[in-house]
Design a protein around this ligand. Structure first.
Ligand code: FES
Length: 161
């Protein structure tokens, strides 16, 4: 809409912006937005994008009240540690079906996600879990027990303490 004479442009009938000016303003705002986003990206660079995770190898102190064959799950870990007359062993508590954390029960382990059941030695009692739970490496030195969640050992491997 064009204004005639001395009529001032109002909010309801603003003065028309020439197309060339409008394109210039658009280009300037686009460039400003691109620079702002690139600045945000550069400011994020010093911060690590990868979260640190705890070591897969950790020390375990078994409670004195732990009975033979009873599972001890260290806080924050996905491992069940057992002690019996033959020694100490550790079994992963990550379900071999889709990776849920399973819970030790009186007769072995149960997965809360899809109902898989495992015997106390980690073998599958009831699916859908396709494989037995892996046994994990346990080492003992100087009275300390170390469990390595990243090292699988053959089932039945126990460490004398
Ligand atoms: S994740 Fe354990 S049964 Fe599916």
């Amino acid at each position: 809409m064009t204004t005639t004479g001395n009529a001032k442009p109002s909010r309801l009938s603003p003065e028309a912006v020439p197309r060339r000016d409008w394109l210039g303003l658009s280009a300037m705002w686009s460039m400003g937005a691109a620079m702002a986003f690139s600045l945000i990206g550069m400011l994020r660079l010093p911060k690590a994008a990868v979260l640190s995770s705890p070591s897969k190898k950790f020390r375990v102190t078994l409670p004195a009240s732990l009975n033979a064959g009873e599972a001890f799950v260290p806080p924050g870990r996905t491992v069940a540690v057992f002690k019996d007359a033959e020694g100490v062993h550790a079994i992963s508590t990550v379900c071999t079906h889709l990776g849920c954390v399973i819970k030790p029960v009186a007769e072995g382990f149960e997965c809360p996600c899809h109902g898989s059941q495992f015997h106390g030695d980690g073998s599958v009692k009831r699916g859908p879990a396709p494989r037995a739970l892996p046994w994990l490496k346990v080492t003992a030195s100087g009275g300390n027990l170390m469990v390595d969640e990243g090292a699988v050992v053959p089932a039945g491997t126990k460490v004398n303490v």
